[in-house]
Design a protein around this ligand. Structure first.
Ligand SMILES: Cc1cc2nc3c(=O)[nH]c(=O)nc-3n(C[C@H](O)[C@H](O)[C@H](O)COP(=O)(O)OP(=O)(O)OC[C@H]3O[C@@H](n4cnc5c(N)ncnc54)[C@H](O)[C@@H]3O)c2cc1C
Length: 433
């Protein structure tokens, strides 16, 4: 018998506790408070804070910002991009973002230091109660039912540090790839789903005003010069518009080289091969190389455990085709918020049903697509397949335009062009991840 949440329950500190104020947490908090719920947003750091990322948004991410009512114009500080430039096999191809009903036709770039603060202030403005310097260490569960009924952790630093406990009928785990909350109740990651590793660094560069996101498909590991290996992943160069470029690379776990590669050395060796005038040399570097893991293809499930929803990276929501995570963190947050709002307005088993529908909705939205992405990541883990795809795929513009739609998940599921209908059919036929 599952205990059922009741809004305004005596002893509760909020209607919903949101742990982590990255894109997932701040988006969820905004949607929830706008619907009238009392939200406690707990964040271990203080804003503004840096976050290792490529800082790039495809139109899928921009759509989420527009849905939140955020001004995404260039006047408001966003550097727009019009598409993706893909390089590989001696070819360079510029592909415009498609014109669709579902998504805008531009992407954007903004440093995460700035982006995450903007989102969290938006949540605060909507009414969320932000507690910074509050580190959650574990979920509190009801002894009898096992249901998550709150969180514990500590607030402050050093000798001012003190323990805290908060209670609420529902907790959203938006704590990123570390997934501390999920781990505290024994939810390990799934090994049958791909992971990625990505590293990035900022460089002062004359390429700072690029209006395309640039992606380099040929990453060679030359650790053994006699046997250079083509790696499954790509390098990126995103102009930031402020005199710098964000330059990095991401590799999938499906290659033999995963785990044994020195990613910082790989970044160095790739950049040393780029033209000198682009500026990607030590003397132009700003700050250190940063890196982190990319949890992909729903690598932590189920996304609902009684009393708690996993949102964003905590639920392994990164797209296995392209490593994009911000859009999916925000999308899953919007869906989780809708389920939470429905649940809070009900009593008894009907309230529970609304929460249980979250994983179902996530599967409907992305399950088939992520299943294909998982297969794709295994295929390109084979250097021969990766080499063939780069050499023979890139020179064919129509094929690449189709692949852009597939890899960036940018198509109209209803009444779209032929290529959109093909992708829709593929994702519907694939069993949900
Ligand atoms: C090198 C690199 C480049 C990337 N480039 C891109 C890109 O260009 N575009 C893109 O879309 N995606 C990119 N990603 C992926 C993207 O960064 C993530 O998918 C995205 O940040 C996920 O958002 P989130 O809110 O789920 O998690 P996070 O952004 O990780 O936010 C989690 C928040 O929770 C807080 N937190 C964590 N643990 C606790 C705790 N115990 N208690 C309290 N607070 C806690 C953290 O401080 C943080 O604020 C990249 C990732 C890497 C590593």
């Amino acid at each position: 018998m599952v205990a059922v949440p009741t809004t305004g329950r005596p002893g509760a500190d909020a209607d919903v506790i949101v742990v982590g104020a990255g894109p997932a947490g701040s988006t969820a908090a905004t949607h929830l408070t706008r619907a009238g719920l009392d939200v406690l947003l707990l964040e271990k750091s203080t804003f503004p804070r840096p976050k290792v990322c490529g800082d790039g948004l495809t139109p899928r991410g921009v759509k989420q910002l527009i849905d939140l009512g955020i001004d995404c114009s260039e006047e408001a500080g966003w550097l727009h991009n019009r598409g993706l430039r893909v390089l590989g096999g001696g070819v360079s191809l510029e592909l415009e973002w498609p014109t669709l009903a579902t998504f805008p036709d531009f992407g954007a770039v903004r440093p995460r230091q700035d982006f995450d603060e903007l989102l969290v202030r938006h949540a605060e403005k909507a009414g969320a109660r932000l507690h910074e310097e509050t580190t959650v260490t574990q979920a509190v569960t009801d002894e009898r039912t096992g249901r998550v009924v709150g969180v514990t952790g500590h607030v402050g630093k050093g000798k001012d540090r003190r323990p805290v406990t908060f209670r609420a009928p529902l907790t959203l785990a938006c704590d990123g790839v570390s997934a501390r909350l999920a781990l505290s109740i024994g939810m390990a990651k799934r090994d049958d789903r791909p992971m990625g590793v990505a590293v990035r660094r900022y460089y002062r560069s004359p390429r700072t005003h690029d209006d395309y996101l640039e992606s380099h498909l040929e990453l060679w590991d030359r650790t053994d010069p006699a046997q250079p290996q083509l790696l499954p992943g790509y390098g990126w160069i995103f102009g930031m518009g402020d005199g710098t470029s964000n330059v990095g690379l991401g590799i999938l776990s499906t290659s033999r080289a995963y785990g044994s590669t020195d990613y910082r050395a790989l970044l160095r060796s790739w950049l040393d091969g780029t033209p000198e005038e682009w500026g990607f040399r030590e003397e132009n570097a700003e700050g250190p190389v940063g890196g982190a893991a990319l949890p992909m293809g729903f690598n932590r499930t189920p996304h609902y455990r009684p009393g708690m929803l996993l949102v964003g990276d905590a639920g392994g929501m990164v797209n296995p085709f392209n490593g994009e995570g911000i859009a999916y963190a925000m999308e899953s947050a919007a869906i989780a918020a809708r389920c939470a709002v429905q649940s809070a307005a009900r009593r008894g088993p009907a309230a529970e049903k609304a929460l249980e529908s979250y994983p179902t909705q996530m599967r409907q939205e992305l399950g088939g697509y992520y299943r294909i992405g998982t297969v794709f990541s295994r295929l390109i883990g084979n250097p021969t397949v990766m080499g063939l795809a780069t050499r023979h795929g890139l020179p064919r513009r129509t094929l690449m335009e189709f692949l852009l739609k597939l890899l960036a998940n940018l198509y109209d599921p209803k009444d779209g062009a032929t290529s959109d209908r093909v992708i829709t059919a593929m994702t519907r036929l694939a069993p949900s991840a």
